[in-house]
Design a protein around this ligand. Structure first.
Ligand code: BMA
Length: 310
């Protein structure tokens, strides 16, 4: 299915993973991070257990759509290496391959009675992880690391909450542990806008000749509740603090039955993508219940963004 106003086309296999596909009991599987490894697609699934907390479990598929092989044990669940800050679990992983390190970085939400904070971990193989612990204190989430250094520094998108104000910010780091120099790049727009109530990064930024393509979620508050959709913006390649372009409308929103009904209705929430040339695959949580995939072309999004320079 592809809607007229949307650039992404849903997989005919959607939802590609549901809780019934899991090798153990759980209540929901959603919001996966994604990467390519050994010629396969790897998803890091957020799995909500029967008590209500989340952990992260690896799934692999040769074609990225079908035949998922899902690990019987989580890769990451609450761990003391992160102090008491994961007591309520690990959520919404964004995976970035850093070729200069030969490692993947996993930015995820560490959730506890302290609130939701940004935690990082690294892995060489998705069999073992090294935890960095919290790198940004609560309340902060939706963190995603850029795939290479810019100006000799690592960069990370994140979304602090200042009361009701929830914009997307950038931080910089020289060692991946200490992050500073906050700079706001994409703002919630307020009022009745599709991204009026809050915004937050979706998948890690994608390098294009025109700039860093940032896909992000925008939230609108209806009388019936919140609706989560996906928008697109471009940041300057050499100075990601500079917003170059932003679409005023969304490129993917909840319409399919598994997106409008579920634990949290009207949610599409991508945390991961894979890219093969111009072809982009978005892996997203649908209604906080299952996993969907949608494909789009980077060049099509860039063409739209050309008309919306800021
Ligand atoms: C956000 C996050 C996501 C979730 C979304 C919709 O705030 O908590 O994990 O998918 O809300 O419920």
């Amino acid at each position: 299915m592809r809607l007229q106003n949307e650039i992404f086309k849903r997989s005919k296999h959607n939802p590609i993973i549901t809780f019934q596909d899991m090798p153990y009991m759980c209540q929901a599987v959603f919001n996966p991070g994604a990467t390519l490894i050994d010629g396969e697609t790897l998803l890091l699934l957020r799995v909500e257990d029967l008590e209500g907390t989340s952990h992260l479990t690896v799934a692999r598929s040769a074609d990225g759509e079908t035949g998922w092989r899902i690990e019987a044990e989580p890769l990451m669940s609450e761990h003391q290496d992160a102090g008491p800050y994961e007591e309520f679990g690990c959520e919404d992983p964004r995976i970035t391959y850093l070729s200069e390190l030969g490692e993947w970085l996993i930015a995820y939400t560490a959730y506890s009675g302290f609130g939701a904070g940004v935690a990082l971990a690294s892995t060489k193989d998705f069999r073992e992880v090294e935890r960095f612990g919290l790198v940004l204190a609560p309340n902060n989430k939706d963190a995603a690391i850029f795939p290479r250094k810019v100006k000799d520094r690592y960069w990370m998108l994140h979304r602090p909450s200042a009361g009701d104000i929830q914009h997307i910010w950038l931080n910089q780091s020289t060692d991946l542990v200490h992050w500073g120099r906050p700079w706001c790049v994409i703002m919630e727009r307020g009022g009745p806008m599709w991204d009026g109530a809050k915004v937050g990064a979706s998948t890690p930024p994608i390098e294009t000749p025109e700039g860093w393509l940032v896909l992000y979620h925008g939230v609108k508050e209806f009388a019936s509740g919140l609706t989560y959709r996906v928008g697109a913006a471009l940041l300057d390649l050499e100075d990601p603090r500079r917003l170059i372009a932003k679409l005023p409308y969304w490129v993917l929103g909840p319409h399919a039955h598994y997106e409008v009904a579920g634990a949290v209705p009207n949610v599409v929430f991508p945390c991961g993508h894979t890219q093969m040339g111009d072809q982009l695959r978005l892996y997203y949580g649908a209604a906080d219940s299952c996993v969907g995939m949608a494909t789009g072309k980077v060049s099509d999004i860039l063409a739209l963004l050309k008309d919306h320079r800021v």
